[in-house]
Design a binder for this molecule. Structure first.
Ligand SMILES: [Zn+2]
Length: 459
């Protein structure tokens, strides 16, 4: 708009000038030696204007030609860059698709076009890994360490390689480096914690947990549980070493940290009972039962209190069950003790309550036992046995990593070394040997802490 207006102004000016010269004719005489030029003023003005325009045009042309090589070079570089990033993008897609040859080809192309910026190293490393060339991949990861913006990715790559090679020492060193760079990244925290555990550096592992909770890389409740499990592990190791006092202290620390966590309550209670403080041992179990009843707690309670006869045991369990009276586990514990004491009526009423709250194979089996004890007849026994067989299998301590079943909870799976791997759950339709993936929370069963939430009304 503004350009059109300016053009219009210039044009008007020229027309006015031409008109003015037409109205005021004049002549110009130029002599130079023998040479004479005799012309009108208007023609001379036009000549001067043409000369000015020609000078401007020639100047523009010269500048354009003078800067051309640089512009051509810039355009060429831009084109290479564009093609380089295109190769890089397609290479990453090839890596994601698992196409090793294509990824390798595009990595070389991106490297050639982009003059090896840090980004192509990642693609080259991944392509090399896809092609099974771990040595070349390691070289790329090592090169990344020299670039601050890529160092973390390099460390991660080398860490994964160390893990795969079973090089624990190197893996721990790399996990520490990764942690120094990104202390808030959950997988880094987990990696460092696990490596410290493997290396037997339990105190370092606990410090990592504390720091992870402080940095909010780990929820506080999960951090507490893991620290408690760690302390229970330390307690067991100390006990195996014959250091009774240290074992007791670790057990006490674990219990103080997580008094609702059944294994911690049981471990602490056993130490207290060994030290002769049975009342305190009982209190620890009672506190845990109040929050989350579990058959292990009931067994430990009887083991510690050691009441002699079946009636004494029933009485003891009734006291415990009163702390969480509506929980199916309380009904089942009382029913079991009542069955052993042959108090059939009490057993039946608690089993009925347990089944109403949560039908389970265990409750049906106890019903069959009750019918057998009370002389209820073959048909009734068979009916309960059939229901027990049809119900999901009883909960067991199952390792979430290798699905191994343990007779008792332990901080570490003896089969696969997984820390805090045991879950209290049913082996499921696949049977105990089946490899189980991550299990959804199973409602209506006792769980400790937030790992799997219990949906049972507790009181
Ligand atoms: Zn395991």
């Amino acid at each position: 708009m503004i350009r059109a207006f300016a053009f219009f102004l210039i044009l008007s000016g020229l027309v006015l000038l031409a008109a003015w010269f037409a109205e005021h004719p004049g002549t110009v005489l130029v002599t130079f030696g023998d040479w004479r030029l005799h012309t009108s003023v208007g023609f001379l003005v036009v000549l001067a204007l043409v000369a000015v325009f020609a000078a401007v045009f020639l100047d523009r042309l010269w500048r354009y030609l003078a800067t051309s090589p640089r512009r051509i070079a810039v355009a060429f570089r831009e084109n290479r860059r564009r093609r380089g990033y295109q190769a890089l993008t397609q290479g990453l897609v090839a890596v994601a698709a698992g196409d090793a040859d294509e990824a390798g080809r595009l990595a070389r192309r991106a490297e050639g076009l982009l003059h090896n910026p840090p980004l192509t190293m990642l693609l080259s490393a991944q392509a090399a890994q896809l092609q099974g060339d771990e040595g070349a991949a390691a070289n790329y990861f090592e090169s990344m360490l020299h670039h601050p913006e890529m160092a973390f990715l390099g460390i991660r790559g080398l860490f994964m390689q160390a893990l795969r090679d079973g090089d624990e020492e190197n893996a721990l060193r790399l996990a520490k480096r990764a942690y120094a760079l990104h202390p808030k990244t959950p997988w880094v925290v987990q990696a460092l914690f696990e490596r410290e555990l493997r290396a037997g550096k339990l105190e370092d592992a606990e410090a990592t947990l504390r720091e992870a909770v402080r940095q909010r890389a780990l929820p506080a409740v999960e951090g507490k549980r893991r620290r408690a499990v760690l302390l229970l592990r330390q307690s067991a190791l100390s006990k195996a070493d014959g250091q009774a006092a240290a074992a007791r202290r670790f057990a006490q620390d674990a219990w103080k940290l997580a008094p609702d966590f059944g294994p911690a309550a049981i471990c602490y209670a056993r130490h207290m009972a060994e030290a002769g403080d049975v009342p305190r041992a009982g209190k620890a179990i009672e506190k845990a039962w109040k929050e989350s009843p579990h058959p292990d707690l009931a067994a430990a309670y009887l083991e510690i209190a050691a009441p002699g006869d079946a009636l004494g045991r029933l009485q003891k369990i009734e006291n415990l069950a009163r702390l969480s009276p509506r929980h199916p586990e309380s009904h089942l514990a009382v029913a079991e003790a009542a069955l052993k004491a042959k108090i059939w009526g009490q057993a039946r009423s608690h089993l009925a309550d347990a089944i109403a709250a949560l039908p389970s194979a265990r409750a049906f089996r106890q019903m069959a036992e009750l019918e057998a004890g009370e002389g209820g007849g073959e048909a009734a026994i068979a009916q309960w046995q059939a229901r027990a067989a049809a119900a999901p299998a009883d909960n067991l301590w199952i390792c979430r990593h290798c699905s191994a079943i343990a007779a008792a909870w332990a901080p570490v799976c003896a089969n696969c070394d997984t820390f805090d791997g045991f879950q209290w759950r049913s082996p499921g339709p696949g049977g105990p040997g089946a490899k189980a993936g991550p299990q959804p929370p199973i409602s209506g069963r006792t769980h400790w802490f937030s790992r799997e939430s219990s949906e049972i009304p507790n009181r």
